[in-house]
Ligand binder design. Structure first.
Ligand SMILES: Cc1cc2nc3c(=O)[nH]c(=O)nc-3n(C[C@H](O)[C@H](O)[C@H](O)COP(=O)(O)O)c2cc1C
Length: 467
């Protein structure tokens, strides 16, 4: 399998340690979005529903996941959450028979909610839609510097979850480990390492995940889904984007190289997606991250337990999840039982780049694992799956009437060491703050006795999230 040119030993552990360190990023001013790079005719998406519901309804799937809300050009809101509201994820649609558009490759523009054709489909295109999710790194790197790349992975995971939730229940499969070079070829994009040479003046897109949306409930194995598309030549090229690539800061280059490196892999595993009850289309349409000041009321313990179970169960390839609560019996617990006693939230606030509101949030779910020396595939899956799980958990929380907000920047958050285990083995990679409605009847969370107290050194506060 071809590798991106960055196999230097130690590069990845150093980048991971740096992203987790208290070093404050030196960031550029807010970078506006470059113009949409895919030219040609813009085709309106039409709802599916013909053929007795055996058509992939791309209009609905994309409207409920990635589309900028109708009539709000320049709007920073989407159905899906995103670190800093920067929305770096793009979608390429590879359509076979059974979709609400003719077969072919298309690029999706979230601002117009239209697609741009980029070439034909292979004759053996699998039925339904393969959606390749890519990220453009420039804006997130400008905002978060060396901390950007884990956030880009988390964002891609959230986007995959949003699209899966918007399409489920329809036999959707999600792959978070497909080989990046194969994903690029399937989407008709240059490989990450070759982009700047092949397509100067346009912003590289790094593919990280794929979904397969079948045209009906019958299971069709998607194993060859990418191969059929990858055998086609490169599709229509992006058009020049003014300002996209005049100068590329070292950190941006490093981020792209790193993401391309960790996205190499031996193949793709497709896991079924699920929409937890009572999530509805309306839940997805109205999901929002609550303001930090509105997150202080504890969620009811039974609802908290349900969200914790969703986060932990939704992907078989993700990190472990735990919940920190305050109240009369503060502690940290997993779905299986107590992990530690004592209020972990103030420590979590310090670890979360010094975001003080985390210390008083009703409850804080944390995804943890991904050791300091994790191999590339584990780093990728930990972050993508954590983002995916947090995305589903946030939708579930919304449907249950809870407030929520993802927490993406974690510094020196060595949970294992704080719990008295060996250092470097068990790090927090993502979080989701949860709260009940103010004035609601949720009692303070109840925690059974736990074996040990969570203690952690005070860390210097880092850069605060700027949503
Ligand atoms: C991966 C990720 C990390 C995030 N990290 C933080 C964070 O650390 N602090 C915070 O206040 N909000 C965080 N957010 C929430 C975003 O700021 C929020 O999603 C964005 O402003 C868009 O608002 P919306 O979720 O209401 O659509 C994060 C969101 C995502 C998806």
């Amino acid at each position: 399998m071809p590798q991106a040119p960055v196999a230097a030993t130690g590069f990845l552990p150093r980048a991971l340690a740096d992203a987790r360190s208290p070093r404050v990023p030196s960031t550029a001013p807010y970078l506006p979005e470059h113009p949409f790079p895919w030219g040609g005719p813009a085709i309106a998406l039409e709802g599916g529903g013909s053929m007795g519901g055996r058509t992939v309804d791309l209009e609905r799937a994309l409207r409920l996941s990635l589309a900028v809300p109708h009539g709000t050009p320049g709007c920073r809101l989407r159905p899906v959450a995103s670190a800093g509201a920067l929305h770096p994820v793009r979608a390429h649609l590879l359509l076979g028979p059974g979709c609400s558009l003719p077969p072919g490759r298309y690029a999706y523009d979230p601002h117009t909610h239209r697609v741009h054709p980029r070439g034909p489909a292979p004759t053996d295109a699998p039925p339904g839609a393969v959606v390749v999710l890519t990220v453009t790194a420039a804006r997130t790197v400008a905002h978060y510097g060396h901390r950007a790349w884990p956030l880009l992975l988390l964002d891609a995971g959230h986007a995959a979850a949003a699209l899966a939730l918007a399409t489920a229940p329809a036999g959707v499969r999600v792959s978070l480990d497909a080989d990046g070079a194969e994903l690029s070829a399937a989407a008709g994009l240059p490989r990450a390492a070759e982009w700047r040479v092949c397509r100067p003046g346009t912003e590289p897109e790094l593919p990280l995940a794929a979904l397969w949306l079948p045209p009906g409930p019958g299971p069709v194995p998607p194993t060859a889904a990418l191969a059929a598309w990858a055998a086609l030549p490169c599709a229509l090229a992006p058009v020049w984007q003014p300002g996209a690539e005049t100068a590329s800061p070292r950190e941006l280059d490093a981020t792209r190289t790193l993401l391309a490196h960790i996205a190499t892999g031996p193949g793709s595993t497709w896991h079924p997606a699920r929409r937890p009850a009572p999530v509805t289309d309306e839940t997805l349409r109205t999901r929002r991250s609550a303001a930090p000041s509105d997150l202080a009321h504890p969620p009811a313990p039974d609802l908290l337990a349900r969200i914790l179970a969703t986060a932990g169960d939704i992907r078989p390839d993700g990190p472990a999840w735990a919940a920190a609560i305050g109240g009369d019996t503060p502690g940290l617990r997993t779905a299986a039982g107590p992990l530690a006693s004592g209020d972990a939230r103030p420590t979590l606030a310090r670890w979360a780049a010094g975001q003080q509101w985390v210390g008083t949030a009703g409850a804080v779910l944390i995804a943890h694992g991904c050791p300091a020396d994790a191999p590339p595939a584990l780093i990728r899956s930990s972050h993508l799956a954590a983002g995916y799980a947090a995305g589903v958990a946030q939708a579930h929380a919304t449907a249950l009437g809870l407030r929520s907000r993802p927490i993406g920047s974690w510094q020196q958050a060595d949970l294992g060491a704080a719990l008295g285990d060996a250092p470097g083995r068990d790090w927090i990679v993502h979080g989701l703050a949860l709260a009940g409605p103010p004035g609601g009847s949720s009692p303070p969370g109840h925690m059974p006795p736990a074996p040990s107290a969570l203690s952690a050194p005070t860390t210097p506060s880092g850069k605060e999230e700027r949503p």
